[in-house]
Design a protein around this ligand. Structure first.
Ligand code: ADP
Ligand code: MG
Ligand code: MG
Length: 888
């Protein structure tokens, strides 16, 4: 097995094996760009090392061979006392994990070779500066010495010279610093700084391997959902020196503005510096444009290279470079990170420039980015006081008074206050407070912490893990690093999209993208190029996708909004709200009815009310399919609360009164009480047990439709029976439903074809879908219930209780209620679809759980061949985009 690749042997497709950095260094090398020679040790070597505790057999020899080639290329030997070759040892995983892992520069220097380096370069200062950097980085990374020990020593020596500028330190100072550093190493390790260059190299390589499992790397991976078993590659690169003098330096650059996408010169440059200096803020950097004045040749060459990279990667690239005595070297490139807005703008600009086509533009943006753009945003032009920054756990912009416990959150919000719940971390006891709050802020925990998981489940804004904030819940205040204190009742603003926390009320502006979807922006004259970019990409997405996108909407108002957002129908109209409010009294009468007559009276009272609802809804959805689900929840949800009722009865009793109706209601509530309502009398079971209930709904729908047809409209209702587990259930209900439809057709003279289908939300339904399809004209997977019934999870109970633990220990990487569990629940979807279509090849199959608006799930549904997804109106654009991304 081959564990080491020279740069010339790799390419950018080999990220799994060579890591992102290594793969791109190889790519640049093969493009003929000036990359210092080097080689990459594969991620496989790393995983073997981490799993077995020792490096794989043959690795040492391979490294030796490649090192020899490197020495030959540079005409120097590693650590040669007279003219040393120095190398950097750099981590580089498949996914970039900024600042998470380690790099050691100037490996190969020791007490002798530092003198050789000084003589060769004729520059003592440079040599000793390099040596002190090696000891500092090696001490910290390889020998696990607190970085502060070195930093303090450096500060000390600057203080002695009365300067803040490291350039004021001369060769003698640095030589002295090296002595101090060596003392620190001796003190911490009990041994001298290793002088053998080869020993330095091996130790540095192993330290980079080990850094894969450092605490912060582990934490970061969990938050970013990067698999823990990928390992990191190690890049060994011949050093080039930006610290040789003022004609040297180091810099970073972007090929376009990562904020707006505009092409141009963006970056920072620092003269006479090495490595991270440019981003570490040790001295003021100069804007990249100024390099033109400092070193025109290198500047022109850099511009040329940036154009080459853009042309080659066909996207925004970010770059690290170093100039050694007027000679430009490329040290890193990758397709650069960008904001959500920039992603849309850049994709559209690249189309304008003829670099990519629209199909590719659709791939260059994500539904997740679109979600971010759709939330209301803080007005960034406002003057703000930032208190800190944490992890963006659940998007949105929330403003409210800080409260430090759930009880206060609930109490204050009841009295009409907007509150932000601030905790160190949350636990299930905080649930009520989280529900009451506008947003949640914690100082501990990452994207899988309790606060994050629950907030996302509720669609509530959440910033978590703002470690720089000291939260004192006992004394009800928090302290920011700048000393600002926020006490209970002080207003704060939290941005769940960026993780930023502000003091006071930051003004919130509507998202221009939502205004566009709402039809409030005329695209042809839109000033905001973001809106034009979104319009262009969404228009293409709609023409490219195979799956349809519908919305879950219960009212005409929601339906209209869903249409504006691009829904091509309603995939789920819940009808429970049609039994609430003033209509409860009729439902109560229905439940309490003692004979057919009483029952029919109650049903008759409900009929015109529901017909009116459906008239509204079908008018809003004129010309588009509208799937209406018959009543699903358990009946007792429509009865009064047992405690309230008991109090009422007791009060009446104490007055010596007796309310017959209340007493009968009490009995009914007790009779209908269920231990597990989720698995109780609901869905199709109601239709079978409560005579006339489903027929009432069917009749309302059919009469409303007939009325609209007479008005020249085009209503397209579809009737959906929930919670079916066996074809027999469906057959009975279908028979009755068809009977009612026939009656209405005869009465109205309007024979509208209305499809009758079912939800698949029980494992048994999926497994017997071939039978069920005999009686169903369409399927809609109710993946929320299907997830509950497949896992045996009661969503209302499990999310707050233990999901964060499950996520932390890795039982799943993401909540199965957020993203479809492909292996289990998804498998049932696949089986159900296949079996259903085996019986009825033209069976229409959709999904109407919340998963219909989740990017990963949408890709899965596309793969298993569903006809459409249905999701909340707000998610419709996300589903449109992701359905296209799954196709092109
Ligand atoms: P990170 O992954 O944190 O960016 P890098 O491996 O890129 O870490 O290295 C850290 C710094 O050291 C960067 O500024 C990089 O440009 C610089 N560097 C790495 N290797 C060399 C080298 N061979 N010569 C000069 N500078 C280098
Ligand atoms: Mg780097
Ligand atoms: Mg359901």
């Amino acid at each position: 097995k081959k564990y080491v690749y020279a740069f010339a042997e790799g390419n950018k497709e080999l990220k799994d094996l060579l890591g992102g950095k290594g793969a791109n260094l190889a790519e640049m090398t093969n493009l003929g760009l000036p990359v210092p020679p080097g080689f990459t040790i594969t991620t496989e070597a790393c995983t073997t090392y981490l799993n077995t505790g020792s490096t794989p057999e043959g690795l040492d020899e391979e490294v030796a061979t490649h090192l020899a080639a490197l020495e030959k290329a540079r005409g120097k030997k590693l650590g040669d006392p007279d003219d040393p070759l120095l190398v950097s040892v750099r981590s580089g995983a498949k996914f970039s994990m900024p600042g998470m892992m380690e790099t050691v520069l100037n490996v190969g220097l020791n007490d002798q070779s530092v003198e050789g380096l000084a003589r060769q370069a004729d520059n003592d200062r440079f040599a000793w500066d390099s040596y002190r950097r090696l000891i500092q980085m090696f001490g910290k990374t390889v020998q696990n010495i607190e970085g502060e020990a070195f930093e303090e020593a450096l500060e000390e020596i600057k203080r002695a010279k009365d300067t803040h500028n490291d350039l004021d330190l001369d060769a003698d100072d640095l030589r002295q610093l090296v002595d101090v550093y060596k003392g620190i190493v001796r003190e911490h390790t009990g041994a001298d700084f290793p002088q053998d260059p080869r020993e330095q190299l091996t130790a540095a390589i192993n330290a980079v391997f080990d850094s894969w499992n450092s605490d912060r790397a582990v934490l970061y991976r969990r938050q970013e959902r990067i698999p823990a078993d990928l390992g990191t590659a190690v890049n060994v690169v011949a050093m080039v020196f930006g610290n040789m003098g003022m004609d040297s330096g180091t810099g970073v650059a972007f090929t376009r503005d990562p904020g707006t996408g505009e092409q141009g010169v963006y970056g920072d440059y620092l003269q006479n510096a090495q490595g991270e200096d440019v981003v570490a803020g040790i001295r003021n950097t100069v804007p990249l444009q100024d390099l033109e004045k400092l070193d025109k040749t290198s500047y022109d060459r850099l511009m040329e290279i940036m154009a080459t990279l853009e042309g080659h990667y066909r996207d925004l690239c970010d770059i690290e470079f170093t100039i050694e005595a007027g000679q430009l070297w490329m040290l890193q490139t990758r397709v650069g990170k960008r904001t959500a807005a920039a992603a849309f703008r850049i994709a559209s600009q690249l189309v304008d420039e003829g670099v990519i086509d629209l199909d590719e533009a659709v791939q260059r943006v994500t539904g997740e980015q679109l979600v971010h753009l759709m939330f209301p945003q803080f007005d960034t032009s406002a003057k703000v006081h930032q208190l800190g920054r944490g992890i963006s756990a659940s998007p949105g912009a929330a403003v409210g008074k800080a409260v430090f416990d759930s009880y206060t959150a609930v109490k204050w919000s009841r009295s009409g206050e907007k509150v932000i719940l601030v905790r160190r971390e949350t636990n299930p006891d905080d649930l009520n407070g989280m529900i009451a709050a506008q947003g949640i802020l914690t100082s501990r925990g990452g994207k899988t912490s309790h606060a994050a998981v629950v907030a996302r489940g509720m669609g509530k804004t959440c910033v978590c893990g703002v470690e720089e904030l000291q939260v004192n819940t006992k004394r009800r205040f928090l302290t920011a690093p700048d000393g600002t204190e926020v006490h209970e009742g002080d207003v704060i603003s939290i941005d769940g999209s960026t993780g930023r926390v502000y003091l006071g009320e930051v003004p919130v502006v509507d998202s221009p993208v939502v205004e566009y979807f709402e039809g409030q922006v005329d695209v042809s004259t839109a000033k905001d190029d973001l809106v034009s970019a979104v319009h262009r990409i969404m228009t293409h997405a709609d023409s490219a996708r195979r799956m349809g996108v519908r919305a879950n909407a219960d009212t005409a108002e929601d339906a209209e909004r869903a249409r504006r957002f691009g829904a091509e129908g309603i995939g789920l109209c819940r009808t429970e709200h049609m039994f609430l409010g003033e209509r409860r009294q009729h439902v109560e009468r229905l439940i309490l009815a003692e004979d057919d007559e009483q029952r029919d009276q109650a049903l008759e009272a409900l009929l015109p009310l529901q017909r009116w609802d459906f008239l509204q809804l079908l008018t809003a959805m004129d010309g588009l399919p509208t799937t209406i689900r018959l009543l699903d929840p358990p009946l007792h949800e429509f009865l009064p609360d047992i405690t309230e009722l008991s109090v009422r009865v007791a009060l009446a009793e104490s007055r010596g009164e007796k309310n017959e109706n209340d007493l009968r209601l009490m009995q009914a509530v007790h009779r209908l009480h269920e231990q597990n309502p989720m698995l109780g009398l609901r869905g199709v079971r109601l239709g079978l047990v409560v005579p006339g209930l489903f027929n009432l709904q069917t009749r309302s729908i059919a009469e409303a439709a007939a009325q609209l047809v007479k008005l020249g409209k085009d209503p397209r209702p579809e009737i959906m029976i929930p919670l079916v587990g066996s074809v027999q259930e469906l057959e009975i209900i279908r028979g009755e439903t068809e009977q009612v439809l026939k009656e209405v057709a005869e009465e109205t003279g309007c024979d509208l074809p209305i499809m009758i289908g079912t939800m698949i939300e029980l494992p048994r339904a999926a497994l017997t879908a071939d039978q069920i399809a005999e009686a169903a004209q369409f399927f809609s997977f109710g993946t929320n219930d299907l997830t509950q019934t497949t896992w045996g999870f009661s969503r209302d109970d499990v999310e707050a209780a233990f999901f964060s633990t499950y996520l932390e220990v890795g039982i799943f990487g993401v909540s199965p209620f957020e993203t479809i569990d492909e292996d289990g629940v998804g498998e049932l979807v696949r089986i159900g679809t296949e079996k259903g279509r085996a019986t009825r090849p033209d069976l229409k199959v959709g999904v109407c759980g919340e998963h219909g608006g989740d990017p990963d799930s949408v890709h899965f549904f596309n793969k298993v061949g569903l006809d459409y997804v249905s999701c909340s109106p707000f998610r419709v654009p996300v589903a449109r985009l992701e359905a296209a991304r799954a196709t092109v």
